[in-house]
Design a protein around this ligand. Structure first.
Ligand SMILES: Nc1ncnc2c1ncn2[C@@H]1O[C@H](COP(=O)(O)OP(=O)(O)O)[C@@H](O)[C@H]1O
Ligand SMILES: NC(=O)OP(=O)(O)O
Length: 317
Protein backbone atom coordinates (compact mmCIF):
# COMPACT_ATOMS: atom_id res chain seq x y z
CA UNK A 1 0.00 0.00 0.00
CA UNK A 2 1.14 3.57 -0.80
CA UNK A 3 2.95 6.11 1.36
CA UNK A 4 0.56 9.08 1.23
CA UNK A 5 -1.69 9.94 4.17
CA UNK A 6 -4.64 7.59 4.18
CA UNK A 7 -8.20 8.63 4.92
CA UNK A 8 -11.32 6.55 5.33
CA UNK A 9 -14.43 8.66 4.69
CA UNK A 10 -17.77 7.54 6.14
CA UNK A 11 -20.69 9.14 4.30
CA UNK A 12 -23.91 9.72 6.22
CA UNK A 13 -27.49 9.86 5.01
CA UNK A 14 -27.36 13.45 3.75
CA UNK A 15 -24.48 12.61 1.39
CA UNK A 16 -26.90 10.36 -0.48
CA UNK A 17 -30.33 11.90 0.01
CA UNK A 18 -31.74 15.41 0.40
CA UNK A 19 -33.84 15.53 3.59
CA UNK A 20 -37.51 15.69 2.65
CA UNK A 21 -36.90 15.04 -1.07
CA UNK A 22 -38.50 12.01 -2.75
CA UNK A 23 -36.39 8.87 -2.24
CA UNK A 24 -36.01 8.15 -5.95
CA UNK A 25 -32.92 6.72 -7.62
CA UNK A 26 -32.65 9.89 -9.74
CA UNK A 27 -32.72 12.16 -6.66
CA UNK A 28 -30.05 10.03 -4.98
CA UNK A 29 -27.79 10.25 -8.04
CA UNK A 30 -28.10 14.07 -8.07
CA UNK A 31 -27.06 14.28 -4.38
CA UNK A 32 -24.23 11.77 -4.94
CA UNK A 33 -22.87 13.95 -7.78
CA UNK A 34 -22.52 16.87 -5.31
CA UNK A 35 -20.95 14.57 -2.71
CA UNK A 36 -18.52 13.33 -5.38
CA UNK A 37 -17.40 16.93 -6.03
CA UNK A 38 -16.48 17.30 -2.35
CA UNK A 39 -14.61 13.98 -2.26
CA UNK A 40 -12.79 15.11 -5.42
CA UNK A 41 -11.89 18.42 -3.68
CA UNK A 42 -10.38 16.36 -0.85
CA UNK A 43 -8.42 14.22 -3.30
CA UNK A 44 -7.18 17.19 -5.36
CA UNK A 45 -6.34 19.55 -2.47
CA UNK A 46 -4.71 17.12 -0.04
CA UNK A 47 -3.65 14.21 -2.26
CA UNK A 48 -4.86 11.69 0.31
CA UNK A 49 -5.34 8.05 -0.57
CA UNK A 50 -8.89 7.26 0.32
CA UNK A 51 -11.61 4.71 0.72
CA UNK A 52 -15.31 5.34 1.14
CA UNK A 53 -17.87 3.73 3.42
CA UNK A 54 -21.49 4.79 3.02
CA UNK A 55 -24.61 4.45 5.15
CA UNK A 56 -27.75 2.67 3.99
CA UNK A 57 -30.31 3.25 6.78
CA UNK A 58 -32.92 5.06 4.66
CA UNK A 59 -32.26 2.88 1.59
CA UNK A 60 -32.35 -0.52 3.27
CA UNK A 61 -35.53 0.41 5.12
CA UNK A 62 -37.19 1.21 1.81
CA UNK A 63 -35.86 -1.91 0.06
CA UNK A 64 -37.20 -4.03 2.93
CA UNK A 65 -40.55 -2.26 2.89
CA UNK A 66 -40.91 -2.73 -0.86
CA UNK A 67 -39.89 -6.36 -0.59
CA UNK A 68 -42.39 -7.06 2.22
CA UNK A 69 -45.22 -5.29 0.41
CA UNK A 70 -44.51 -7.26 -2.78
CA UNK A 71 -44.50 -10.60 -0.91
CA UNK A 72 -47.80 -11.61 -2.52
CA UNK A 73 -46.19 -11.65 -5.95
CA UNK A 74 -42.53 -12.45 -5.19
CA UNK A 75 -40.81 -13.77 -2.05
CA UNK A 76 -39.55 -11.13 0.40
CA UNK A 77 -35.76 -10.76 0.70
CA UNK A 78 -33.98 -11.19 4.03
CA UNK A 79 -32.33 -8.15 5.62
CA UNK A 80 -28.79 -9.30 4.76
CA UNK A 81 -29.73 -9.57 1.08
CA UNK A 82 -31.30 -6.09 1.31
CA UNK A 83 -27.93 -4.77 2.53
CA UNK A 84 -26.19 -6.43 -0.43
CA UNK A 85 -28.71 -4.74 -2.76
CA UNK A 86 -28.11 -1.36 -1.13
CA UNK A 87 -24.32 -1.75 -1.47
CA UNK A 88 -24.83 -2.48 -5.16
CA UNK A 89 -26.97 0.48 -6.12
CA UNK A 90 -25.40 3.06 -3.81
CA UNK A 91 -21.93 1.90 -4.88
CA UNK A 92 -22.98 2.17 -8.52
CA UNK A 93 -24.06 5.79 -8.03
CA UNK A 94 -20.85 6.71 -6.18
CA UNK A 95 -18.71 4.98 -8.83
CA UNK A 96 -20.43 6.92 -11.58
CA UNK A 97 -20.46 10.29 -9.78
CA UNK A 98 -16.91 10.08 -8.45
CA UNK A 99 -15.26 8.74 -11.63
CA UNK A 100 -16.87 11.59 -13.56
CA UNK A 101 -15.87 14.30 -11.04
CA UNK A 102 -12.26 13.02 -10.92
CA UNK A 103 -11.96 12.85 -14.70
CA UNK A 104 -13.31 16.41 -14.99
CA UNK A 105 -10.43 17.62 -12.82
CA UNK A 106 -7.80 15.64 -14.69
CA UNK A 107 -7.38 13.16 -11.84
CA UNK A 108 -8.83 10.03 -13.45
CA UNK A 109 -8.74 7.12 -11.06
CA UNK A 110 -10.61 3.83 -11.01
CA UNK A 111 -13.44 3.71 -8.45
CA UNK A 112 -14.73 0.28 -7.47
CA UNK A 113 -17.33 -1.06 -5.05
CA UNK A 114 -16.44 -4.20 -3.14
CA UNK A 115 -19.52 -6.09 -1.99
CA UNK A 116 -18.35 -6.54 1.58
CA UNK A 117 -19.31 -9.07 4.23
CA UNK A 118 -18.58 -8.35 7.87
CA UNK A 119 -18.45 -11.07 10.51
CA UNK A 120 -20.56 -10.53 13.65
CA UNK A 121 -20.94 -12.60 16.82
CA UNK A 122 -24.17 -14.64 16.86
CA UNK A 123 -24.24 -14.15 20.65
CA UNK A 124 -24.06 -10.34 20.31
CA UNK A 125 -26.72 -8.97 22.72
CA UNK A 126 -27.80 -6.54 19.97
CA UNK A 127 -29.83 -9.39 18.43
CA UNK A 128 -32.14 -9.20 21.48
CA UNK A 129 -32.28 -5.39 21.53
CA UNK A 130 -32.92 -3.68 18.18
CA UNK A 131 -31.49 -0.12 18.09
CA UNK A 132 -30.58 0.65 14.47
CA UNK A 133 -33.09 3.01 12.82
CA UNK A 134 -33.88 2.24 9.16
CA UNK A 135 -36.26 3.53 6.50
CA UNK A 136 -38.54 6.54 6.56
CA UNK A 137 -39.52 8.69 9.56
CA UNK A 138 -43.06 8.34 10.93
CA UNK A 139 -45.24 10.40 13.28
CA UNK A 140 -45.94 8.86 16.70
CA UNK A 141 -49.46 7.98 15.54
CA UNK A 142 -48.25 6.26 12.35
CA UNK A 143 -45.62 4.41 14.40
CA UNK A 144 -48.28 3.09 16.81
CA UNK A 145 -50.33 1.86 13.84
CA UNK A 146 -47.38 0.10 12.17
CA UNK A 147 -46.44 -1.59 15.45
CA UNK A 148 -50.01 -2.82 16.00
CA UNK A 149 -50.82 -3.84 12.42
CA UNK A 150 -47.47 -5.06 11.06
CA UNK A 151 -45.53 -5.95 14.19
CA UNK A 152 -42.74 -3.42 13.47
CA UNK A 153 -40.47 -2.37 16.34
CA UNK A 154 -40.15 1.43 16.23
CA UNK A 155 -38.27 4.02 18.29
CA UNK A 156 -37.93 7.76 18.41
CA UNK A 157 -34.78 8.84 16.47
CA UNK A 158 -32.81 11.78 17.97
CA UNK A 159 -35.83 14.15 18.08
CA UNK A 160 -36.50 13.68 14.34
CA UNK A 161 -39.50 11.30 14.38
CA UNK A 162 -40.16 7.57 14.73
CA UNK A 163 -38.36 4.89 12.74
CA UNK A 164 -38.33 1.15 12.49
CA UNK A 165 -35.36 -0.36 14.37
CA UNK A 166 -33.44 -3.60 13.73
CA UNK A 167 -30.57 -5.39 15.54
CA UNK A 168 -27.15 -3.83 15.02
CA UNK A 169 -24.36 -6.19 16.15
CA UNK A 170 -20.76 -4.97 16.39
CA UNK A 171 -18.51 -5.52 13.35
CA UNK A 172 -15.73 -7.99 14.11
CA UNK A 173 -13.94 -8.78 10.87
CA UNK A 174 -14.10 -7.53 7.28
CA UNK A 175 -14.14 -10.67 5.14
CA UNK A 176 -12.90 -9.04 1.91
CA UNK A 177 -10.13 -7.00 3.59
CA UNK A 178 -7.30 -8.62 1.60
CA UNK A 179 -8.88 -7.65 -1.72
CA UNK A 180 -9.50 -4.12 -0.43
CA UNK A 181 -5.80 -3.81 0.50
CA UNK A 182 -4.75 -5.21 -2.89
CA UNK A 183 -6.85 -2.59 -4.67
CA UNK A 184 -5.74 0.27 -2.41
CA UNK A 185 -2.77 1.61 -4.42
CA UNK A 186 -4.53 1.84 -7.76
CA UNK A 187 -8.17 2.44 -6.90
CA UNK A 188 -10.61 4.36 -4.73
CA UNK A 189 -12.48 1.57 -3.00
CA UNK A 190 -16.06 1.82 -1.77
CA UNK A 191 -16.33 -0.86 0.90
CA UNK A 192 -18.36 -2.02 3.90
CA UNK A 193 -21.35 -0.04 2.60
CA UNK A 194 -24.21 0.03 5.08
CA UNK A 195 -21.75 -1.35 7.64
CA UNK A 196 -21.21 -4.47 5.52
CA UNK A 197 -23.43 -7.51 5.04
CA UNK A 198 -23.66 -9.10 8.48
CA UNK A 199 -22.56 -12.74 8.43
CA UNK A 200 -21.73 -15.32 11.08
CA UNK A 201 -18.95 -17.87 10.78
CA UNK A 202 -20.19 -21.44 11.08
CA UNK A 203 -18.20 -24.30 12.59
CA UNK A 204 -17.31 -25.65 9.15
CA UNK A 205 -15.83 -22.24 8.23
CA UNK A 206 -18.65 -21.17 5.92
CA UNK A 207 -20.43 -17.84 6.24
CA UNK A 208 -24.15 -17.27 6.70
CA UNK A 209 -26.03 -13.97 6.44
CA UNK A 210 -28.02 -12.82 9.48
CA UNK A 211 -30.93 -10.37 9.76
CA UNK A 212 -29.29 -7.20 11.08
CA UNK A 213 -27.79 -3.89 9.97
CA UNK A 214 -24.27 -3.05 11.14
CA UNK A 215 -23.48 0.55 11.98
CA UNK A 216 -21.45 2.01 9.08
CA UNK A 217 -19.36 4.30 11.33
CA UNK A 218 -18.19 1.33 13.41
CA UNK A 219 -17.47 -0.64 10.22
CA UNK A 220 -15.57 2.37 8.82
CA UNK A 221 -13.47 2.40 11.98
CA UNK A 222 -12.62 -1.29 11.47
CA UNK A 223 -11.65 -0.58 7.87
CA UNK A 224 -9.56 2.46 8.89
CA UNK A 225 -7.76 0.28 11.45
CA UNK A 226 -7.12 -2.49 8.92
CA UNK A 227 -5.70 -0.23 6.19
CA UNK A 228 -3.61 1.77 8.68
CA UNK A 229 -5.46 5.03 7.95
CA UNK A 230 -4.22 8.30 9.44
CA UNK A 231 -7.65 9.92 9.50
CA UNK A 232 -11.16 8.57 9.99
CA UNK A 233 -13.52 11.20 8.63
CA UNK A 234 -17.20 10.84 9.53
CA UNK A 235 -19.43 13.14 7.45
CA UNK A 236 -22.95 13.76 8.63
CA UNK A 237 -25.61 16.51 8.88
CA UNK A 238 -24.17 18.54 11.74
CA UNK A 239 -20.97 20.59 11.56
CA UNK A 240 -19.87 19.71 15.08
CA UNK A 241 -20.58 17.30 17.88
CA UNK A 242 -22.46 18.98 20.73
CA UNK A 243 -23.03 18.60 24.41
CA UNK A 244 -26.66 19.10 25.47
CA UNK A 245 -27.66 18.73 21.82
CA UNK A 246 -30.87 20.62 20.93
CA UNK A 247 -31.15 22.05 24.44
CA UNK A 248 -30.95 25.74 25.36
CA UNK A 249 -27.43 25.19 26.71
CA UNK A 250 -26.10 23.33 23.62
CA UNK A 251 -22.32 23.58 23.41
CA UNK A 252 -20.56 22.69 20.15
CA UNK A 253 -17.15 21.04 20.45
CA UNK A 254 -14.05 21.65 18.32
CA UNK A 255 -11.87 19.07 20.02
CA UNK A 256 -12.41 15.93 22.06
CA UNK A 257 -10.00 13.47 23.62
CA UNK A 258 -10.75 9.76 23.85
CA UNK A 259 -11.19 10.12 27.64
CA UNK A 260 -13.65 13.02 27.18
CA UNK A 261 -15.63 10.87 24.71
CA UNK A 262 -15.91 8.23 27.44
CA UNK A 263 -17.09 10.77 30.01
CA UNK A 264 -19.68 12.40 27.74
CA UNK A 265 -20.97 9.00 26.60
CA UNK A 266 -21.52 8.13 30.30
CA UNK A 267 -23.32 11.43 30.80
CA UNK A 268 -25.71 10.55 27.95
CA UNK A 269 -24.92 13.39 25.52
CA UNK A 270 -25.03 11.26 22.36
CA UNK A 271 -28.19 9.68 20.98
CA UNK A 272 -27.99 5.89 20.40
CA UNK A 273 -28.32 4.94 16.73
CA UNK A 274 -27.17 8.40 15.56
CA UNK A 275 -24.31 10.33 17.26
CA UNK A 276 -23.34 7.63 19.79
CA UNK A 277 -21.86 5.13 17.28
CA UNK A 278 -19.95 7.99 15.60
CA UNK A 279 -18.37 8.95 18.92
CA UNK A 280 -17.62 5.30 19.71
CA UNK A 281 -15.98 4.84 16.30
CA UNK A 282 -13.99 8.09 16.64
CA UNK A 283 -12.87 7.20 20.14
CA UNK A 284 -11.77 3.67 19.17
CA UNK A 285 -9.78 5.04 16.22
CA UNK A 286 -8.15 7.89 18.19
CA UNK A 287 -7.10 5.42 20.89
CA UNK A 288 -4.97 3.44 18.41
CA UNK A 289 -2.10 5.94 18.14
CA UNK A 290 -1.32 9.52 19.29
CA UNK A 291 -0.94 10.69 15.67
CA UNK A 292 -4.26 9.34 14.44
CA UNK A 293 -7.29 11.57 14.38
CA UNK A 294 -10.98 11.18 13.78
CA UNK A 295 -13.05 14.07 12.44
CA UNK A 296 -16.81 14.41 12.72
CA UNK A 297 -18.29 17.19 10.60
CA UNK A 298 -20.72 17.98 7.82
CA UNK A 299 -20.13 17.22 4.17
CA UNK A 300 -20.04 20.97 3.41
CA UNK A 301 -17.29 21.57 5.99
CA UNK A 302 -15.14 18.55 5.09
CA UNK A 303 -12.30 20.50 3.42
CA UNK A 304 -12.20 23.15 6.18
CA UNK A 305 -12.18 20.42 8.81
CA UNK A 306 -9.15 18.77 7.15
CA UNK A 307 -7.47 22.19 7.30
CA UNK A 308 -8.23 22.30 11.03
CA UNK A 309 -10.74 25.16 10.93
CA UNK A 310 -14.07 23.33 11.28
CA UNK A 311 -15.66 20.20 12.69
CA UNK A 312 -14.92 18.20 15.81
CA UNK A 313 -11.48 16.56 15.95
CA UNK A 314 -11.04 13.55 18.23
CA UNK A 315 -7.55 12.55 19.29
CA UNK A 316 -5.99 10.22 21.87
CA UNK A 317 -4.87 13.06 24.22
N1 LIG B 1 -24.69 15.25 20.76
C1 LIG B 1 -24.99 15.41 19.48
N2 LIG B 1 -24.31 16.31 18.73
C2 LIG B 1 -24.60 16.48 17.43
N3 LIG B 1 -25.59 15.78 16.77
C3 LIG B 1 -26.29 14.87 17.47
C4 LIG B 1 -26.03 14.64 18.85
N4 LIG B 1 -26.88 13.68 19.29
C5 LIG B 1 -27.64 13.33 18.24
N5 LIG B 1 -27.30 14.02 17.13
C6 LIG B 1 -27.95 13.80 15.83
O1 LIG B 1 -27.22 12.80 15.17
C7 LIG B 1 -27.34 13.04 13.75
C8 LIG B 1 -26.31 12.21 13.01
O2 LIG B 1 -26.73 10.87 13.00
P1 LIG B 1 -27.40 10.19 11.72
O3 LIG B 1 -28.29 11.15 11.02
O4 LIG B 1 -27.94 8.88 12.17
O5 LIG B 1 -26.09 9.95 10.89
P2 LIG B 1 -25.72 9.77 9.36
O6 LIG B 1 -25.29 11.13 8.90
O7 LIG B 1 -24.58 8.81 9.44
O8 LIG B 1 -26.90 9.25 8.60
C9 LIG B 1 -27.16 14.53 13.66
O9 LIG B 1 -27.64 15.04 12.45
C10 LIG B 1 -27.99 15.01 14.86
O10 LIG B 1 -29.33 15.21 14.49
N1 LIG C 1 -25.77 1.09 8.15
C1 LIG C 1 -25.77 2.38 8.61
O1 LIG C 1 -25.17 2.69 9.65
O2 LIG C 1 -26.51 3.29 7.88
P1 LIG C 1 -26.81 4.80 8.24
O3 LIG C 1 -25.50 5.47 8.49
O4 LIG C 1 -27.53 5.36 7.04
O5 LIG C 1 -27.67 4.81 9.47
Amino acid sequence: MGSHQKVVIALGGNALQEPGAPATAEAQLEVVKKTAEIITDIKCIFGYELAIVHGNGPQIGRILLASELAAEVTPAMPLNVCTAMSQGYIGYHIQQGLSHALANRNRPLPVVTVITQVVVDPADPAFQNPTKPIGPFYSEEEAGKLAAERGFVLREDAGRGWRRVVPSPLPQRIVEIHSIKELWDSTIVIAAGGGGIPVIEKEDGTLEGVPAVIDKDLAAEKLAEEVGADILMILTEVEQVALNYKKANQQNLSRLTAAECEQYIREGHFAPGSMLPKIQAAQAFARLHPKKKAIITSLAKAVEALNGSAGTVITQQ
